[in-house]
Design a protein. Structure first.
Length: 242
């Protein structure tokens, strides 16, 4: 009798174990539609996995995720200037102003470099100045170096004169001194070659240099001194004063 009850109990237990997966699967399947806006992972019990070495044994069972839906990606973008409160006229105005300042800075840098280069033939012209009993070759060399100096000088000045200047820009400190000295060496660079040509013509004829030509050396000295002072005005740090 006990053996018969044991057999019946074993049969019921086996049947329950066989039906348990179906009951659990039926209980978890709610039939609710899947929301495609979320990333859902479904795990399935994979008993038939294979790899390069052959079928995977049942003692190496694993869960394998399957991607059912991908979450929508939102492209990242930097905010536009209009979104930050700037109008198109304001942004365009800033761009034009920056372009103006860049052009001015570039031209003034060229002006500064050419100004230093011009100082070399200018000083050479002074050292090569002919004396009272100079030869024709000495006068020719002096005149040639002087013409090179004048050419470089006016090329240098053209970059400063053509550089764009914003209306609100004000000259201060050394810049004001630099421009004030230009009122001396600029006309001096015009008068010095003219007076030098008059002196050259008189000396070539064997005449004594007289009249306006006699002031050639004086005008040249003032021109050279004012030019070198204008370079020093913007080259030396005067204690941060602007």
């Amino acid at each position: 009798m006990k053996l018969e009850w044991i057999r019946k109990g074993s049969a019921v237990l086996c049947a329950g174990l066989l039906l348990m997966p179906s009951v659990c699967r039926a209980g978890t399947d709610t039939g609710a539609p899947t929301d495609p806006s979320f990333q859902t992972l479904e795990y399935a019990w994979n008993t038939n996995q294979t790899n390069e070495e052959g079928p995977v044994s049942h003692d190496r069972l694993s869960f394998q995720p399957f991607l059912l839906a991908e979450a929508p990606t939102v492209p990242s973008a930097s905010p536009a200037l209009e979104d930050l409160g700037f109008t198109q006229s304001q942004t365009q105005g800033d761009a034009d102003r920056q372009a103006l300042l860049d052009k001015r800075s570039h031209m003034l840098k060229i002006h500064q470099r050419l100004g230093l280069i011009t100082a070399v033939p200018l000083l050479a012209t002074v050292f090569l100045a002919p004396g009272d009993h100079s030869t024709a070759s000495q006068r020719d060399i002096h005149a040639g170096v002087a013409m090179l100096t004048v050419t470089l000088y006016f090329t240098t000045a053209s970059y400063a004169l053509r550089a764009p200047k914003p209306p609100e820009t004000k000259d201060r400190g050394p810049i004001r001194l630099h421009k004030a000295l230009a009122w001396i060496h600029f006309p001096g660079m015009i008068l010095t070659p003219i007076l030098g040509e008059l002196a050259y013509a008189q000396e070539s004829k064997g005449e004594k240099v007289t009249g306006l030509a006699a002031y050639h050396g004086t005008v040249a000295s003032i021109t050279v001194a004012s030019y070198l002072a204008s370079i020093l005005a913007v080259s030396i740090n005067w204690g941060g004063g602007n």
